[in-house]
Design a protein around this ligand. Structure first.
Ligand SMILES: NC(=O)c1ccc[n+]([C@@H]2O[C@H](COP(=O)([O-])OP(=O)(O)OC[C@H]3O[C@@H](n4cnc5c(N)ncnc54)[C@H](O)[C@@H]3O)[C@@H](O)[C@H]2O)c1
Ligand SMILES: [Zn+2]
Length: 405
C-alpha cells in the first residue's frame, strides 16, 4: 500500500488497500400501517393481529404509553385498554397500567423523560421481544421511539399516532428523535416500527389548530409528488378545513401512502445522502419552530416554509406564477398561517434570522446544501444554492400590510 495515494487516487486506481475483508449484507424491513376506528373496542382485532402476526401462539409483554393530550381527550382510554388487554389475554400480557406522559414538543426537550421511559422498561423486565405501544402525537412517538430503540438496542414498537400530522407523516416512518443542546432532533435513531395503527377516532379530540396544522404535510407531499392529489385537496378545501371525517380520512391515507412509498423506493431510507426530497418547505420551518420557541406548530411552520419556497420557485422562474398562487390559495383556504412576526426578524447585520435555517438544514445531513423547490405542481426540483436576496423579497411579499420584513 502506497502512503502517498489519496483516497480519491486509491478509488481511481480501482483497488484500494489489498489487505481487507469486505463486509456486506442487506436487511429487509417491513411493517404494516393499518387504518381503523375505535382500536380498543373489544371486538376490534387490529391490535392483537399487529402484535401477534409473527408469533400468534404466545402472549406478548406490552407496555402502553399514552400522550397526556390523548388521555385528556379520551378519559376512559386507560380503563378501556386494560379491559381490552383482559379480553385479549391470550395475546396481550400488559406490564401494569398504561403510563401517561406529557405531550407536545416539551416531551422532546425533557431529557428526564427518556430516562423515565427506559427505567419503566427496565422495571417491567421488557426484553427485546417485548412491545411498547405508543399512543400520541409526533412528539410523544419520537421520544418513546427513541427510548424503545435504545433499550436492549431496540424493543418492538407499535405506534398509534393520534394527530393528523402523526397519522399522515411523523408516525409512519423510520425515525425517532429528541431535542438536545438547543437543536431539534439532535439525538435519534433510524428504527422502523413493528407496526403502525392509525385510529381515525382518536382525531376527534384534537384541537382545530392541530388538525389543520397536520394538513400542511399533505399540501407539501402533493405539491412535490402528486398533482392529482393536489387537485383533490383543492376541491375538498372546505371539507378539510372543517374537519369532515371522510375527507380527513382520504387525505391521511393518501398522504401516508406517498410518504411510505418514498421511504421504500427512494433508495435512501436512512438518509445517508445530502438530499431530503420530502422536506419541501422545511428549512425555514425548522428554524421558525426554534425561533418562535415552539409557538408555531410544526405543520404551521411548514405552511409558512411552503409559502416561502413556493414564492422562491416563482421568483427564480422555475414555477409559473399562476401555479404558485394555487399553492398559496390552498394553504390560505385550509386556514394555515403564511406569516409569523418572527419571520421578519433580522440580526445585527440586517440579515433575516430565518436564513440561518439553511446552514442548519445542511448540517443535519452533512454534505452539500440540497433544497427542494417546485418545478411544477406535483414535481419537486432540487437546488444546491439559495439566493438570500430573493428569500428577502419573498418574505417581504408574505408580510401583512404594516408588518414590515
Ligand atoms: N420521526 C419523524 O419522522 C417525524 C416526522 C415529522 C415530524 N416529527 C415530529 O413530530 C412532532 C410534531 O407532532 P404533532 O404535529 O403530531 O404534534 P405534537 O405531538 O406536538 O402534539 C400537539 C399537541 O396535541 C396533543 N394531542 C396529541 N394527540 C391528541 C389527540 N388525539 N387529542 C387531543 N390532543 C392531542 C399533544 O398532547 C400536544 O399537546 C415534532 O416534534 C416533529 O419534529 C417527526
Ligand atoms: Zn414535517
Amino acid at each position: 500500500m502506497s502512503q502517498r495515494l489519496t483516497p480519491a487516487e486509491l478509488i481511481a486506481d480501482g483497488a484500494g488497500p489489498h489487505d481487507r475483508i469486505e463486509q456486506r449484507f442487506a436487511v429487509a424491513f417491513d411493517y404494516p400501517v393499518l387504518f381503523t376506528r375505535d382500536l380498543f373496542a373489544i371486538d376490534n382485532h387490529v391490535l392483537p393481529w399487529a402484535i401477534g402476526r409473527r408469533e400468534p401462539n404466545r402472549r406478548h409483554r406490552v407496555l402502553v404509553v399514552i400522550d397526556d393530550g390523548v388521555a385528556a381527550g379520551h378519559p376512559n382510554l386507560p380503563a378501556r385498554i386494560s379491559a381490552f388487554a383482559t379480553a385479549h389475554a391470550s395475546v396481550l400480557d400488559p406490564c401494569g397500567a398504561p403510563m401517561i406522559v406529557p405531550g407536545g414538543e416539551r416531551a422532546k426537550h425533557d431529557g428526564d423523560l427518556v430516562e423515565t421511559l427506559q427505567r419503566r422498561m427496565f422495571d417491567a423486565h421488557l426484553d427485546r421481544q417485548g412491545f411498547v405501544i405508543a399512543i400520541g402525537g409526533g412528539a410523544v412517538l419520537d421520544v418513546v421511539g427513541y427510548a424503545a430503540a435504545t433499550v436492549h438496542r431496540g424493543v418492538r414498537l407499535v405506534r398509534v399516532p393520534s394527530t393528523v400530522l402523526a397519522q399522515n407523516d411523523a408516525g409512519i416512518g423510520v425515525k425517532n428523535g429528541v431535542n438536545a443542546f438547543g437543536v431539534k432532533n439532535f439525538l435519534g435513531t433510524f428504527a422502523p416500527p413493528w407496526a403502525v395503527i392509525d385510529d381515525f377516532d382518536l382525531l376527534r379530540s384534537l384541537a382545530v389548530r392541530d388538525r389543520t396544522a397536520g394538513i400542511a404535510e399533505a399540501v407539501k407531499v402533493a405539491a412535490i409528488r402528486d398533482r392529482e392529489f393536489f387537485t383533490w385537496l383543492t376541491a375538498h378545501v372546505s371539507a378539510l378545513a372543517t374537519g369532515d371525517d371522510a375527507a380527513i380520512e382520504v387525505m391521511v391515507r393518501r398522504c401516508a401512502a406517498l410518504h411510505l412509498r418514498h421511504i421504500a423506493t427512494s433508495g435512501d431510507p436512512f438518509e445517508t445522502g445530502s438530499a431530503r426530497p420530502l422536506d419541501f418547505g422545511h428549512w425555514a420551518a425548522h428554524k421558525l419552530e426554534a425561533l418562535t420557541g415552539g409557538e408555531l406548530r410544526h405543520g404551521e411552520a411548514v405552511a409558512i416554509g411552503i409559502a416561502i419556497d413556493t414564492g422562491y420557485s416563482v421568483a427564480t422562474g422555475q414555477l409559473p406564477m399562476s401555479e404558485g398562487a394555487r399553492v398559496v390559495a390552498l394553504l390560505r383556504g385550509l386556514g394555515l398561517p403564511l406569516w409569523h412576526p418572527t419571520l421578519g426578524e433580522r440580526d445585527a447585520h440586517g440579515r433575516l434570522r430565518v436564513l440561518d435555517g439553511l446552514a442548519e438544514f445542511r448540517e443535519h445531513l452533512g454534505g452539500e446544501l440540497t433544497v427542494t423547490l417546485l418545478g411544477d405542481i406535483g414535481r419537486g426540483v432540487e437546488v444546491h444554492a439559495i439566493e438570500e436576496a430573493v428569500v428577502d423579497a419573498v418574505v417581504a411579499g408574505l408580510a401583512p400590510a404594516g408588518a414590515g420584513a
